[in-house]
Design a protein around this ligand. Sequence first.
Ligand SMILES: [Zn+2]
Ligand SMILES: [Zn+2]
Length: 188
Amino acid sequence: MTSNNTPLDLDAIEARANAAEDGWTVLISEADPHRFEIHGDGPTHVAVFGGNPDDAFASYPVRENAVFAAHAREDVPALLAEVRRLRDELAGQRPDILREVADICDEAGANYTAKAFNDHATGAYELMERFQRKANEAEYLATPCDFVACEPGGEPCSTHERLMAHAEGEHELCAPDCGLAPAALPSV
Ligand SMILES: [Zn+2]
Ligand SMILES: [Zn+2]
């Protein structure tokens, strides 16, 4: 058993699954009802469970063991796809959650300011900025690249260039509704 503290290496699990033969099914031999063979797409069987008709086998779920192993061929890739889907979904929600927390810190700052608790207000606004930075980082990571992807260690794609500029307070590349558009020019 792997410990709960060890992060799952999904790529390693996927590589093991992809390397194995496809199409596993359990075949039961009429000659030997205690023997369960798992067959794949290839010419020879993948595994044998049980074997000799022995009373010892009667107390073990030999057939269930074989069925479990055979289903792993489809279940493991299906579980991998679901874990990846849920991780993406969670990563996509993170920026919104962090922005919500930043907004609450902003409210706290306004409340402290109204009561002239200026040190408290400063603390609340510092927290707000930290959560805003974390939200920007989370959005950067969760957003897929443009058609022309980021160069590893080089030029960012146009999507990530825009997100980086936005995080640094420059909104020329942002949509008008990014929420942090520059203040209106002073009227002359
Ligand atoms: Zn990119
Ligand atoms: Zn912006």
